[in-house]
Design a protein around this ligand. Structure first.
Ligand code: ADP
Length: 325
């Protein structure tokens, strides 16, 4: 505490996600409203280790809610994987006189929070990743925007693939998780979806068999969604074309899905989670993740959060298939 004011640090870490800026804005404005000093830390944990900071005032976060990316920048920080790096980050936290550190990021960033919490840092995590792959929460900031970007691409590809009676194979981001791909497949009306969670169960031969069956039923175009964690999209498109004779095009969305104006859903969760993270520090909570489950926000202990697991309901796959006939 400095001059009686609670001092809160905020950083964004790991992969960026649309809505991170809305979360930073919420942290800063809630903090200022509650008479705290808010310190922005640049480039994630690297900035903490190097003491690369700026005090954030209300006007510093005006007009950022509708911008993708993160004004604090983000990075991966290998030093945090070492004892020296973690100790240095904790030492800087103490030198800066912080009462809490808000980390907006994914699972990896939360492992950094856990390591810091073991050295006396009070770390509060806000789930920010397009991949939705954080087990302790049903929502992660950035997911809705990434799905909408994917869906927009699918709709455009459908126009052209149906005009030419082609097959489209579209790869969606998501690292090792298939949430974005599954949501895009369902909402884009895909005929097939390949996600890491069903690797080995759904094979490329099964996809080709399905496309041939669709053709025999008179379907003129096919859409196959592939998750980044499965990969091999260009190869799959070639295989489909070689075996079926149907012109097939591959599209890999890649980092396009990381950018863009965050949707209302992302801005809403980011605003609430940013507010709740500051409130948690002021309420004396220690080392928690702000989560959204069963329609409510909650705080989950960092150790519990990191030991949780979640998986995609296999019924989603069944429904995609059921609706594609
Ligand atoms: P994300 O947070 O999006 O999952 P990463 O997995 O790349 O992204 O993690 C972001 C950063 O978090 C890493 O670069 C590293 O600085 C820190 N981090 C990841 N895992 C650990 C760990 N086990 N211990 C300490 N810090 C970690």
């Amino acid at each position: 505490m400095e001059n009686g004011k609670v001092k809160i640090g905020v950083l964004t870490s790991g992969g960026d996600a649309p809505g991170m800026n809305a979360a930073i804005r919420a942290v800063v404005r809630t903090g200022i409203n509650k008479d705290c000093k808010v310190i922005g830390i640049h480039k994630g944990y690297i900035g903490l280790i190097n003491g690369d900071i700026t005090e954030l005032k209300s006007k510093d976060v005006s007009d950022i809610m509708n911008r993708g990316g993160t004004i604090l920048h983000t990075a991966r920080c290998p030093e945090m994987m070492t004892e020296e790096g973690i100790s240095r980050a904790a030492a800087i936290y103490n030198i800066l006189g912080l009462d809490g550190l808000i980390v907006i990021g994914g699972d990896g960033s939360f492992r950094g929070c856990k390591a810091l919490s073991e050295r006396g840092v009070n770390a509060i995590g806000i789930p920010g990743t397009i991949d939705l792959d954080i087990s302790c929460t049903e929502y992660t900031i950035g997911f809705d925007t990434a799905v909408n970007t994917g869906l927009d691409a699918i709709r455009k590809l459908r126009d052209t693939s149906s005009s030419h009676e082609r097959c489209s194979v579209v790869e969606m981001m998501g690292r090792d998780a298939g949430y974005i791909a599954m949501w895009c497949a369902m909402t884009g009306g895909a005929e097939e979806v390949l996600i890491p969670e069903s690797k080995g169960v759904i094979t490329s031969d099964m996809v080709i068999e399905q496309i041939l069956m669709n053709r025999s039923k008179g379907k003129r175009h096919n859409l196959v969604v592939v998750a980044e964690g499965v990969g091999g999209t260009v190869k799959l498109a070639k295989k489909i074309q070689d075996i079926t004779g149907i012109q097939t095009r591959a599209t890999v969305l890649g980092h396009l899905q990381r950018g863009g104006v965050p949707t209302a859903v992302d801005c809403m969760h980011a605003s609430m989670m940013g507010y709740l993270a500051v409130k948690a520090i002021l309420d004396g909570e220690k080392n928690k993740i702000v989560a959204f489950n069963r329609g409510r926000y909650e705080l989950i202990d960092i150790n519990t959060a990191l030991s949780m697991t979640k998986k995609i309901d296999s019924e989603y796959y069944d429904v995609v298939k059921l609706l594609s006939i």
